[in-house]
Design a protein around this ligand. Sequence first.
Ligand SMILES: *[C@@H]1O[C@H](CO)[C@@H](O)[C@H](O)[C@H]1NC(C)=O
Ligand SMILES: *[C@@H]1O[C@H](CO)[C@@H](O)[C@H](O)[C@H]1NC(C)=O
Ligand SMILES: *[C@@H]1O[C@H](CO)[C@@H](O)[C@H](O)[C@H]1NC(C)=O
Ligand SMILES: *[C@@H]1O[C@H](CO)[C@@H](O)[C@H](O)[C@H]1NC(C)=O
Ligand SMILES: *[C@@H]1O[C@H](CO)[C@@H](O)[C@H](O)[C@H]1NC(C)=O
Length: 681
Amino acid sequence: MACAGLSQRPAALLWGWLLLGCSWGPGPPGVGAAPRFSAAYVLDDAGGLGRRFDGIGAVSGGGATSRLLVNYQEPYRSQILDYLFKPNFGAALHILKVEIGGDGQSTDGTEPSHMHYEDDENYFRGYEWWLMKEAKKRNPQIKLIGLPWTFPAWIGKGENWPYDHPDVTVYYIVSWILGAKQYHDLDIDYIGIWNERAFNSKYIKLLRYTLDKHGLQQVRIIASDRLWEPISFVLLLDSELHGVVDVIGAHYPGTKTVLNAILTGKKLWSSEDYSTFNDEVGAGCWARILNQNYVNGKMTSTIAWNLVASYYEELPYGRCGLMTAQEPWSGHYKVEAPIWITAHTTQFTQPGWSYLQVDGHLKGGGSFVALTDGLGNLTIIIETMSHNHSRCIRPLLLPFSVSPQRATFYLKGSFYMVKTLQVWHSRLGFESAHTTLFQQLHPVKVWKGSFSLDLNVDEVYTLTTLKTGQKHIYPDPPPSQPFPSNYKDDFNIRNPPFSEAPNFADQTGVFEYFINTSDPGDHVFTLRQVVVQRPITWSSDADQTISIIGNFQWENFTVTCDIYMEQPRDGGVFVAGRVDNGGIYVRSTKGVFFWVFADGTYRVTGDLGGEEILMKGDSGVRAHAWHTLTLNIQGTSASGLLNGYPLWENVTITEPSNGWAAIGTRSFEFAQFDNFHVEAS
Ligand SMILES: *[C@@H]1O[C@H](CO)[C@@H](O)[C@H](O)[C@H]1NC(C)=O
Ligand SMILES: *[C@@H]1O[C@H](CO)[C@@H](O)[C@H](O)[C@H]1NC(C)=O
Ligand SMILES: *[C@@H]1O[C@H](CO)[C@@H](O)[C@H](O)[C@H]1NC(C)=O
Ligand SMILES: *[C@@H]1O[C@H](CO)[C@@H](O)[C@H](O)[C@H]1NC(C)=O
Ligand SMILES: *[C@@H]1O[C@H](CO)[C@@H](O)[C@H](O)[C@H]1NC(C)=O
């Protein structure tokens, strides 16, 4: 029916040979008739090109968003990485931005620092090194960015602030860049300042000076990963700072920039954006901002938070990744719609291409961008996202309307000779059943430099001279499964591939594999909490440390763990169940917490903060000895065992009714854990 509608139009209206009319989907009556809006757009490079395109990317971290990815079994883990990074495969990302772990909570967890303490240096912690290497393995051209959210305490010498001693912070950051090269052969392309916090001009200048001194001239500086101001204004006033900042990176700019930013003459990036639940509306958000960040705001790079939703879904901003991989225990993952929206741009452009100078607003609503490699290739990306199909989590999106429309493109200058364009198409519904993603259609024939396209709402088209596009699909991964209800870890691993134990998600503090070679035998391999001073925070870390694990739906539990306090005077450790919060909300976490303290007492509390005391008494437990804690929660009743003997019982629990299991410490202190076991329902 839709195709018939096309052929009924007067021939004079049809510029070029059009085989795209079949894309009409269900819509309001009359959609198949001639569109109300019809307009012509000229693509010409004769008068020069627009801004240089710097690529589309995503953030791993900020924080701990790739935590569960590393524990996937093969072949699933490699499949996920292929969907993200492999050229002409899936999302084919141009940029990977990683958190420089700083031991503090950075949204969905903490990431370990390469320097927990002043005299400490270790470039094998965490999973961001591994992820950067996996990305480079698949795409050697991928650009790498590092950015800190938090810093270990020693950087601030007692202050919750990284700029009082800029030389110390510069040393710490430059060490990370040098370590990336020395231990992993990774060249970092861009370095940021401090995520969504204040910048300091003296610090930025010293950073540039020190980078250059170490032969790192190629490392470019992004500032300030917050708003357009005040950095733009300061760059206009301070010519020395202007000389050292390469990119102005703004977060969640809502596709707009400000005059001062343009006046700086700097590259403008949306250096963090998206952050939206990865369903069809999230995909619409992503499609809209990928185009309109340039069309409205002259931004030449857009970077999604986050790369892959690999954290427990009930943590803040669950599933706000380009795809979902949050079940290493089952191998299940999902290639969500934003992956294929990304492919519309990434598979047909590269950093170093240029935008064409053209107003990319479509007359009937929506937008287009056109890019060229300067060697005759042309890629046009069109999006017609409607308002309620493309809302991002922030900022507020003012109302607008988008209508079905006809767009006629005139190719001029070096594109006049283009004869055919490859066509890739997506149409977003509100359910995946009504959605088509990244389908290749018949090429469009360009006749005398012109072709027309009938656009419906909520569509994305890529028209390109490149024939390299591919939509790869692996066989379905295993089905989704809940976290195993009977789970043990004795931490007895000799050459751990990662510094953290599988599935434990640190929310304050850092829990690492530890080897005590002088232990007589039972506890040589343990898990140790290693952050001993409150870090320079980015959000409200708790005053206690905590690592969560398991299934948020769990109600009835037995959690058992061997514990070892290392702090003799005021040390304390806990095991917990029904833990109901984490991430940036970790301070207000509730649950059932069974604590023992080095002064020989115990407590049962309803919160991590320890204010809601349900039971207390003497335990006889001391530091520097191993003990076994068991917490049992059934319905509204909880009981606790010490070394297998009942210590307390019949404590009434009304809420929370469910949550994760957890281990942790009373303060920022060393403590060890061994033989963790949870059985739950
Ligand atoms: C387009 O890109 C391809 C692949 O990079 C290249 O081989 C070709 O020379 C470019 N130019 C044209 C006009 O195809
Ligand atoms: C979005 O708008 C369309 C058209 O007005 C409407 O049919 C649809 O129900 C809306 N969907 C949502 C989720 O609001
Ligand atoms: C290592 O084990 C020995 C022997 O049990 C013990 O004395 C020492 O405190 C342990 N060290 C740590 C850091 O746990
Ligand atoms: C938890 O235990 C209570 C009391 O024994 C029971 O009523 C409830 O159904 C159990 N919940 C689950 C999910 O098994
Ligand atoms: C706990 O409750 C059970 C069942 O109500 C009861 O038999 C037992 O005596 C109670 N124990 C204590 C220490 O109160």
